[in-house]
Design a protein around this ligand. Structure first.
Ligand code: CMP
Length: 155
């Protein structure tokens, strides 16, 4: 076990409060907690870079991050989602594609803390959950919707 006993029960409680994981049995939750590693990231850090090879899955336990994406190699990244405590990301590169489909950047001045799970454990313990396997993203970026109901552009 990589985490101390106190942390272990703290994480167990936390996972139970996250809808995606709350319905899992205690046994499976304990196994997930056993393989998680807590990582802290500073304000502005790129936790994930679009186009990079990815091997890790993240659950936010503290702070806020932004998902940003660029349409082509030469275009600027635009913010498409904001994620907070209890949200998770980084599953797509572990679902066969290998390459990261977006950037994930820390937007919280205090930094952000994530519980990180490697590819092997993700595949064994999390990858088969319906809510993870079937998550679809809107092609229209939530944050580019303007007040007139039109969109700035598609991602
Ligand atoms: P992955 O491609 O591994 O790394 C970037 C992550 O950003 C991705 O997994 C998803 O978890 C997340 N992501 C990608 N596209 C979107 C989107 N349109 N909306 C919200 N999150 C996204």
């Amino acid at each position: 076990m990589r985490t101390g006993l106190l942390k272990h029960s703290e994480y167990l409680e936390f996972l139970t409060s996250v809808p995606t994981f709350s319905g899992l049995g205690e046994d499976l939750l304990r196994r997930i907690v056993d393989v998680m590693e807590e990582c802290h990231f500073d304000y502005g850090d790129y936790i994930i870079r679009q186009g990079a090879i990815g091997d890790t899955f993240y659950i936010i336990s503290k702070g806020n991050v932004e998902v940003t994406k660029r349409k082509s190699a030469s275009s600027e990244s635009v913010v498409i989602r904001k994620l907070a405590k209890g949200d998770w990301f980084g599953e797509r590169a572990l679902q066969g594609e290998d390459l990261r489909t977006a950037n994930v950047v820390v937007e919280d001045r205090e930094g952000a803390t994530c519980l990180v799970i490697d590819r092997q454990s993700f595949t064994q313990l999390i990858g088969d959950l319906d809510s993870v396997k079937q998550r679809k993203y809107d092609e229209v970026p939530e944050l580019s919707k303007k007040s007139d109901g039109f969109y700035d552009g598609l991602i």
